[in-house]
Ligand binder design. Structure first.
Ligand code: MN
Ligand code: MN
Ligand code: MN
Length: 274
């Protein structure tokens, strides 16, 4: 069975409407889907309705930005109750942090020669709390970068002029909100943080102690040795494994829905916890 438990709609920084994400997942053979927009669950009702109509399994999800030892770490919540007061309150705090970070990014971009990015990024986001991919598109449109990747490398990445550290939630907060909403907490894309093996292990131990239950082991473009290493670490710590495309839209073809493939044997599927 092809599962894909991490993707984005235009309710955060994805390109497509929630129902269109579902339709595309169905066309790609996905049978179990979670919509996990950044710090909001605005799209899950629409996605749930589309998934029911198409006859595939769907779980409501969210991807929560966290700050841990100087790194931006993402924690995915799966099968959360979107109306849970503890989750709703936690996400409201994240929105304020994202709004303030956006204003600071825009100010830095203006000083670096890319003017008007705040207005454009808000327009692209459809809210006053744009994410970095919205800024990246605004930068490209302003002629300050060749493409999205170049915009990140030149301006937005950690170490670059428009990188702004944000007071995101702690790991314990994010896991608490997810568990409080009846969900399963999952460490998103562990290889992307470029942590040493021992530091990643420390993160996972702390995450598990806080009540976290799984990590993403399979992603598109993930090397077999990375999958093996994550599988081993997860198994040692009693964490289940998840499958995640991190789909944002057709403009990032390497992260297509369902592209992470079927979960390999030897990994305890996270959906056994649902
Ligand atoms: Mn994103
Ligand atoms: Mn992420
Ligand atoms: Mn994501």
């Amino acid at each position: 069975m092809i599962a894909d438990l991490h993707c984005h709609s235009y309710c955060s920084d994805g390109e497509l409407a929630p129902a269109d994400v579902v339709a595309r997942a169905v066309a790609r053979g996905v049978r179990l889907l979670a919509l996990t927009d950044h710090d909001n669950t605005d799209g899950v009702a629409e996605a749930q309705a589309a998934a029911s109509a198409a006859g595939i399994d769907f779980v409501a999800g969210v991807e929560i930005s966290c700050r841990w030892e100087g790194h931006d770490i993402h924690i995915v919540g799966l099968r959360v109750d979107p109306d849970s007061p503890v989750l709703v309150a936690g996400l409201a705090g994240q929105h304020e942090a994202r709004r303030e970070r956006g204003r600071q990014i825009a100010a830095r971009l203006a000083r670096a020669g890319a003017a008007g990015c705040w207005e454009r990024a808000c327009q692209l986001a459809g809210t006053d709390r744009p994410g970095r991919p919205h800024f990246a598109r605004a930068i490209v449109e302003a002629g300050q970068a060749r493409d999205i990747e170049h915009a990140f490398n030149r301006f937005l990445k950690q170490g670059q002029v428009a990188y702004v550290p944000t007071p995101w939630a702690s790991i314990e907060d994010a896991v608490g909100w997810i568990r409080g909403a009846g969900g399963v907490a999952v460490v998103a894309h562990p290889s992307r943080y470029k942590l040493t093996r021992s530091k990643l292990k420390r993160l996972l131990v702390q995450f598990a102690a806080a009540g976290g239950q799984a990590l993403e082991v399979q992603l598109p473009r993930q090397q077999p040795n990375q999958v093996q290493s994550l599988m081993l670490m997860g198994n040692q710590l009693g964490l289940a494994g998840s499958v995640a495309s991190d789909f944002h839209g057709g403009h990032m073809p390497w992260a297509e829905l369902g592209a992470a493939g079927e979960l390999l044997p030897g990994i305890r599927p996270v959906w056994e916890l649902f």
